[in-house]
Design a protein around this ligand. Sequence first.
Ligand code: GLN
Length: 292
Amino acid sequence: MNPRRWTIKRLLEVTAEYLKTKGIENPRLDAEVLLAQTLGLDRVGLYLRLDQPLTEKELSGYRSLVRRRAAREPLQYITGRQEFWSLAFKVTPDVLIPRPETEVLVEEALRRIPAGAQGMPLRILDLGTGCGAVAVAVAKEREHARVWATDISFGALSVAEENAALHGVAGRITFLPGNLFAPLAGLGLFFHLIVSNPPYVRSDELAELAPEVRDFEPPGALDGGPDGLAIVREILTRAPDYLAPGGWVLVEMAPPQEQAASAFVRGLGAYEEPVHIKDYQDRFRVLGAQKA
Ligand code: GLN
């Protein structure tokens, strides 16, 4: 077909219809985001040019992005970006795409880091940092904080390092490759706060996740073992060895894990009574425990 017949308006309509047939949740929005990316515009820019025809090259570039989305590749891996805490983060298939509910983890972390406190810098540890969203957001909000961030994936750490540089906090975050606390062995560091969004999906639930998650996001960032709590337990068990007196550990998990995780914390006898924090949809999401 003559590409000059394809205006932005018509192309968006047809593409949204097509993506809808592929089971895409927000077909019109995704059609717009991908076209904006192809044309180097923002979405408002598209609306200012609805009658503009596309060149052959623009059309074929757009088609290749739409094909990827139709195959259920997450929009964020196609654009390479996800906003979190109002900051633009680079994302690649090496990292879990930051979720809005994880902003609750940042909020609760900030609540426990006094703003503007001078003197001794606060030390914060982020376990399984992924793209670095939590570590970068916290570092950005608290200039006196020093952050250490670990991840077992080298690919993830390099994305996290880029994000720290992008947001001007690379000088205050130390990225360490390795599983959870392993890279800290022998460093003699104690933290005021330990945060983590670990893998917490039950292994038997992985196959039932949306294709975007199941087929594209790193399984190592999702799989929490038979009950989803394998890594959560490991973190809660070992955190007291790395916490300063009165320090807090904050761990994100799935709503149905609330009681099991809470009972586990009590059983450890190393913490005060745990606190249960809800996400923006009013579901339990983060367990907090202060070292006794
Ligand atoms: N919240 C994620 C999901 O919905 C799970 C993230 C995780 O395991 N840390 O898939």
